[in-house]
Design a protein around this ligand. Structure first.
Ligand SMILES: CC(C)(COP(=O)(O)OP(=O)(O)OC[C@H]1O[C@@H](n2cnc3c(N)ncnc32)[C@H](O)[C@@H]1OP(=O)(O)O)[C@@H](O)C(=O)NCCC(=O)NCCS
Length: 145
């Protein structure tokens, strides 16, 4: 049974999406305008349990051959280990498949042990890593096998 209410990002939910993103990815804080720009090219959503903000997600539509989509789910630390990540991830992967994805990738900041464990236990393997200039932790790209 689904317990999350998953909403697309619009003017009412943009700040919720941004607050979760910037808390979990502190090395890449986004301004409201940068989030608006992403709304134009990605499927951004926020998730609530009742009316409590639980997390946010990004689905980058598939590109290339094979059609490869990127799915990133983020759950606030205080709401983790209750199954929300699993439910939200399944919904985000289903959305990517509806958009035609043949291959699913995700991106995890290397300083997020919860994210790495979750990705690996859900069948993802590392295929690439990128260290932004001046940053301490790389972003890992993992692919669903
Ligand atoms: C990855 C992430 C989304 C997982 O969110 P979550 O809500 O904790 O996910 P779940 O609760 O579904 O699963 C996490 C763990 O809790 C366990 N769990 C699930 N329900 C549970 C419950 N009721 N009681 C105890 N443990 C539970 C799961 O088995 C899983 O265990 P594992 O880590 O040993 O595999 C979260 O850690 C996060 O936002 N990380 C940073 C962002 C990130 O890296 N995102 C990319 C992920 S692909």
């Amino acid at each position: 049974m689904s317990v999350l209410r998953i909403e697309p990002v619009d003017d009412a939910t943009l700040e919720d999406w941004r607050s979760v993103h910037n808390l979990i990815i502190p090395t890449d804080p986004l301004s409201p305008d940068e989030v608006r720009e992403r709304v134009g090219r990605n499927h951004l959503t926020v998730a609530y349990r009742d009316d409590v903000l639980v997390g946010c997600a990004t689905v980058r539509p598939p590109t290339g051959d094979p059609a490869t989509a990127t799915v990133i789910v983020r759950v606030l630390p205080e709401h983790r280990r209750r199954g929300y990540g699993e439910e939200y991830h399944a919904a985000a992967v289903a959305r990517a498949r509806e958009l035609g994805a043949e291959v699913i990738e995700t991106i995890v900041l290397a300083s997020n042990p919860d994210g790495l464990r979750f990705a690996e236990s859900h069948g993802f393997v590392e295929v690439d890593r990128y260290l932004p200039p001046g940053d301490e932790y790389p972003f890992l790209t993992l692919r669903l096998l």
